[in-house]
Design a protein around this ligand. Structure first.
Ligand code: 4AZ
Length: 471
């Protein structure tokens, strides 16, 4: 983690035009130049006036459209907080359309889980939620405003598992029926029924009805994730107290901290593929995962958990860090407690917009010039930066793939650094924390105009679920 103290300096843009710049008119009056005739002089005067006129018109049109943007488009003059730097940058950054950057972005807590499914050539968006102490499953079909309780019957564990996964959980923990008589219901409450004949996919037809013939509805308990039981005890500060990020793991080779990791379940930790690739010749038995500790000196006296299998993403590229994720299967399960727990994956279609205040944590370098990891776990808030801007000539000039995202500050205020790799970038949705990125790479640490680059977890959901399910 690399926070820098000088965070109020002016932002310096060093953006350059790619390709040849605009043409420049040069008049070279050499010593042996012929005298210019009266007619030629008149022609030049005419041409000069025409050029000046055209330039004047262009400038007028430019100022006019800018004023129009400023006064007719409220989003342009009142940006959402946290993205002002990005919007200023967008305006001065070649290749970035300011219109796209200035479009008002969604408030960070607003998201909908839409499973957009093609069925008989029509799209059927379906959203799920689990409510109340009874953990009742509700479904919202085709953007109807009301949430329907799901009648029991037709919902098998495989489908329950897929619903849990689509909400960001790794597994289904429990699936049961609740008697309608045992719960309080609105008189207007509607229900949804699954067509039993269909094969257990989310895209099944959900039919709404006014009653449940079985008299029972579905209750789903998904595997727990994204909660911080001790978080309310923490007051300010950058050095992390125990339990603040219960999913934070240290991935160690022998006695050396090599990378961070995030706990997904008692048996699974996700880290960066490049962490594993750099030490691919090491013995599997030399790796240990440590969870639930914040001080590295304590980590050294902790036995840690042995790694059963290292599974790098099969498409990982050491050249450009594409697909920079790896799963570590643990030999023995982690003991979940107040200080050790799983982070949620992003829910399907869950969108965290640019400017979202996310957090990165790790034991990496606290200063780019230091060559030692920090003893205490550090964290810092880093806003998400739009990939469009991050990939522009202002920043990474097209080096980002679709499996990457950026977070950080344009003035290089704080950033992840060496040793933080593989660790979590988490964003909140209400009280629940989702793993949005895995620390991957960047140009230096906390360099202006070079935010941290993260593997985009949303792109790996299928691979993570398939890998975990198979084993
Ligand atoms: C690294 O070498 C590394 N500033 C991690 C993150 C960043 C740069 C380097 C991002 O592990």
């Amino acid at each position: 983690m690399s926070p820098t103290l000088d965070d109020h300096g002016p932002m310096e843009t060093w953006c350059t035009e790619e390709g040849p710049g605009p043409g420049i008119f040069r008049t070279q009056l050499g010593d042996q130049q012929e005298p210019i005739s009266q007619l030629q002089r008149w022609c030049c005067l005419q041409r000069g006036c025409a050029i000046l006129g055209a330039l004047g018109l262009l400038a007028g049109a430019g100022v006019g459209s800018w004023l129009l943007v400023l006064y007719l488009w409220p989003a342009a003059s009142s940006p959402i907080s946290g993205t002002l730097q990005e919007e200023e940058m967008a305006l001065s950054c070649p290749g970035v359309s300011s219109e796209e950057e200035l479009l008002p972005s969604l408030p960070k807590t607003v998201w909908m889980l839409h499973v957009q499914l093609q069925r008989a050539s029509s799209l059927v968006p379906v959203s799920f939620r689990i409510k109340g102490e009874d953990l009742l499953l509700e479904v919202q079909v085709q953007a109807r405003p009301d949430w329907l309780l799901v009648c029991h019957g037709g919902l098998n564990p495989a489908l329950g598992m897929r619903i849990c996964q689509s909400l960001g959980h790794l597994r289904l923990a429990q699936h049961k029926a609740v008697n309608l008589h045992d719960i309080k219901l609105n008189r207007s409450q509607q229900f949804a029924q699954l067509s039993a004949s269909l094969g257990g996919l989310l895209e099944e037809a959900w039919q709404s009805s006014t009653n449940c013939p079985s008299g029972r509805i579905v209750s789903l308990k998904c595997s727990e994730c994204g909660a911080r039981p001790l978080a309310s005890r923490i007051v300010g500060g950058q050095t992390v107290a125990s339990g603040r990020w219960p999913w934070q793991a240290s991935v160690m080779l022998g006695s050396r901290h090599t990378c961070g990791g995030s706990v997904l379940s008692p048996h699974w930790v996700v880290t960066a593929a490049h962490c594993m690739y750099s030490f691919r010749l090491s013995r599997l038995s030399s790796w240990r995962v440590h969870a639930g500790l914040v001080s590295h000196s304590a980590v050294r006296h902790h036995q840690g958990t042995m790694v059963e299998k290292i599974i790098p993403h099969p498409l990982y590229s050491a050249q450009n860090h594409d697909y920079d994720v790896a799963l570590l299967q643990l030999r023995t399960p982690l003991n979940f407690s107040d200080t050790v727990g799983a982070v949620c994956l992003p829910a399907k279609e869950q969108h965290f917009p640019r400017g979202s205040q996310c957090w990165v944590s790790g034991w990496g370098h606290t200063d780019p010039s230091h060559s030692h990891s920090s003893d205490m776990l550090q964290d810092t808030v880093v806003p998400l930066v739009s990939t469009h801007l991050c990939n522009s000539s202002c920043m990474y000039s097209g080096a980002l793939t679709n499996r990457m995202l950026c977070a950080g500050y344009l003035d290089g205020r704080a950033d992840a650094c060496q040793g933080d790799s593989g660790g979590p970038l988490v964003c909140p949705s209400g009280d629940t924390w989702h793993l949005v990125g895995v620390v991957s790479w960047g140009r230096g640490c906390a360099e202006p105009n070079h935010p941290g680059v993260y593997a985009k977890v949303a792109e790996f959901l299928d691979w993570i679920h398939d890998t975990v399910r198979v084993r």
